[in-house]
Design a protein around this ligand. Structure first.
Ligand code: MV4
Length: 445
C-alpha cells in the first residue's frame, strides 16, 4: 500500500486528494509556492514543503523541486491532480525512476492518448466511432484541399499534439482553407512544439458528453456513466451535469461500452475520461481521452456513490477494482457550477481579498473549495475558487436546489460568477435540457 503522498497541486483539488488520503489512512505532504503558505491545503496536510516562487513554472511545474520534496519527506507516491504535471509523461517516468508511485496512468498511456492521431487510430481499431477525417497528419495545403473536398465542408483542422480545443480552425469553404491551414500549423508549432495537424468533418452544435473510466493495473476497466459538459465558454467548462438529460438508454449503453473498449485498447490504468461529441441525431464520435482526474468528477461521484479519488489511489497501489460494471447504479441527477473569481459579465479575473464568506448547505449540497473568509485570491493562478455541486432525485429538482444553494452562497470583497450561474438556472432552454456547446454564444444571459 501507499504510506505517504505528495500532493503536487493547489486549491480545491489538493484538498480533495488530501481528504481521500486521510480516509485511507495515508499521510499527506502539501507542496506550495512562496505566495501559497496560507493556503488551506498547506494548513490541512500532515507536512508541507515550499517548492519555489509564485510563477507555476518555478513551483507547481518544477519537477526537480517536487521530487526533492518527496525525497526529504520520505513519501512513496505523488498525486498530480489536474492541470500542472498531471498529463506530463516525462514526469511520470521521472517519478517511477525515483521509486515513487505516480498516481495516474502510465507514461505510455499518456503518450498514446496525448498524440491525437495515434489516439484516433487506436480507438478506431477497437471499434469506437470517429468523425470522417484523415488517418495521418496532413503534410501540405494541396493535400489539405484534396482531403477537405472528399470529407465535405465544413471541416475542422486540429493539432496532433493539441487538445482541449486550443488551436482548432473551422473551415467552411475551399477558399478559406489555405490561410486556416497555415495558421493552424503555426499555432500548433508555437503552442505545442509540433506543427502537425489533421482534418475532420466539423460537427455543428454538438453536445460534449464524456464517460468516466476506472481501470486497475490488472486489466479491469469499468465506467461510471456519462457527464454532459456542453455549457462552456471559449473551451472553459462552466457547468457540468450527470447524467446527460437527453441520452437514450441504448445510446448510453453503447457509449459506455465504447469508452471501456477505448481504455482497454491502450491497456489503460487509473481514472480517465473518454470525450465524445454527440450530434443532434444522437450519433456519438470519439474526440479525445483525458488521462487525468477531471475538475467535474464530483457529479459522477454524487450519482454513483463511488469515491473516484480513493479508487484512483488504490488502483495506483496495485489493488484490483472493488466494483464490477453491474455494481454501478446511477442514482438521481447532479449538477456542478464552477465558481470563478471573475467579472460575471466579462469573465475577466478578479483576484483579491474575500471579506465575508458563507457557504450553502442542506440536503444534497456539496462545496469543493479551498477558500475561506479573509483568504486572498491570488492573481498568479486559475480563477476557479469553488465548485458547487448539488444532487437530487430529478434534473428539475437539482436545478431548483442549485438555484437555492447559489442564493445562499455569500462571497464578499471580490466579484464571482455566482450571479451568472443563477441566470443559467433560470434559463428556459437550460431548464428544458436544450443545450449544446454553442449555448452560451447563442443564448443571451
Ligand atoms: C470538434 C467539434 C466539432 N467537430 N470536432 C473542442 C475541444 C476539443 N476536444 C475538440 N473540440 C471540438 N471538436 C469536430 N470534428 C467541436 C468542438 C468544440 C467543442 C467540443 C466540446 C466542447 C466545447 C466545444 C466548443 C467548441 C468546439
Amino acid at each position: 500500500m501507499i504510506h505517504k503522498v505528495v500532493i503536487a497541486n493547489r486549491g480545491e483539488i489538493a484538498l480533495r486528494i488530501l481528504r481521500a488520503c486521510k480516509e485511507l489512512g495515508i499521510k499527506t505532504v502539501a507542496v506550495h509556492s512562496d505566495v501559497d503558505s496560507e493556503a488551506l491545503h498547506v494548513k490541512l496536510a500532515d507536512q508541507s514543503v515550499c517548492i519555489g516562487p509564485a510563477p507555476s513554472i518555478d513551483s507547481y511545474l518544477n519537477m526537480k523541486a517536487i521530487i526533492s520534496a518527496a525525497e526529504v519527506t520520505d513519501a512513496d507516491a505523488i498525486h498530480p491532480g489536474y492541470g500542472f504535471l498531471s498529463e506530463n509523461a516525462e514526469f511520470a517516468d521521472i517519478c517511477n525512476n525515483c521509486g515513487l508511485t505516480f498516481i495516474g496512468p502510465t507514461a505510455e498511456n499518456m503518450r498514446l492518448m496525448g498524440d491525437k492521431i495515434s489516439a484516433r487510430q487506436t480507438v478506431t481499431a477497437a471499434g469506437v466511432p470517429i468523425l470522417p477525417g484523415t488517418k495521418d497528419g496532413v503534410a501540405n495545403v494541396e493535400e489539405a484541399v484534396k482531403i477537405a473536398g472528399e470529407i465535405g465542408y465544413p471541416v475542422i483542422i486540429k493539432a496532433t499534439a493539441g487538445g482541449g480545443g486550443r488551436g482548432m480552425k473551422i473551415v467552411h469553404s475551399p477558399a478559406s482553407l489555405p490561410n486556416a491551414f497555415a495558421a493552424a500549423r503555426s499555432e500548433a508549432q508555437s503552442g505545442f512544439g509540433n506543427p502537425e495537424v489533421y482534418i475532420e468533418k466539423y460537427c455543428e452544435r454538438p453536445r460534449h458528453v464524456e464517460i468516466q473510466i476506472l481501470a486497475d493495473k490488472h486489466g479491469h476497466v469499468i465506467h461510471l456513466g456519462e457527464r454532459d459538459c456542453s455549457i462552456q465558454r471559449r473551451h472553459q467548462k462552466l457547468i457540468e451535469e450527470a447524467p446527460c438529460a437527453i441520452l437514450p438508454d441504448d445510446v448510453r449503453k453503447k457509449m459506455g461500452d465504447c469508452a471501456v473498449a477505448a481504455a482497454k485498447a491502450v491497456n489503460y490504468s487509473s481514472v480517465g475520461t473518454i470525450e465524445f461529441l454527440l450530434d443532434a441525431n444522437n450519433n456519438f464520435y470519439f474526440m479525445e481521452m483525458n488521462t487525468r482526474v477531471q475538475v467535474e468528477h464530483p457529479v459522477t461521484e454524487m450519482i454513483t456513490g463511488v469515491d473516484i479519488i480513493k479508487e484512483q489511489i488504490m488502483a495506483a497501489a496495485g489493488e484490483p477494482l472493488r466494483f464490477k460494471q453491474e455494481d454501478i447504479k446511477i442514482n438521481g441527477h447532479a449538477i456542478e457550477c464552477r465558481i470563478n473569481a471573475e467579472d460575471p459579465e466579462k469573465f475577466t479575473p478578479c483576484p483579491g481579498l474575500i471579506n465575508g464568506y458563507h457557504t450553502p448547505g442542506g440536503l444534497g449540497v456539496r462545496v469543493d473549495s479551498a477558500v475561506y473568509d479573509q483568504y486572498k485570491v491570488l492573481p498568479h493562478y486559475d480563477s476557479m475558487i469553488a465548485k458547487l455541486i448539488v444532487h437530487a432525485e430529478t434534473r428539475e429538482e437539482a436545478i431548483k436546489r442549485m438555484s437555492r444553494a447559489l442564493d445562499e452562497y455569500l462571497i464578499e470583497g471580490i466579484k464571482t460568477t455566482i450571479s451568472f450561474h443563477q441566470k443559467i438556472m433560470n434559463n428556459k432552454e437550460f431548464i428544458e435540457g436544450d443545450i449544446d456547446t454553442g449555448f452560451l454564444e447563442r443564448v443571451k444571459i
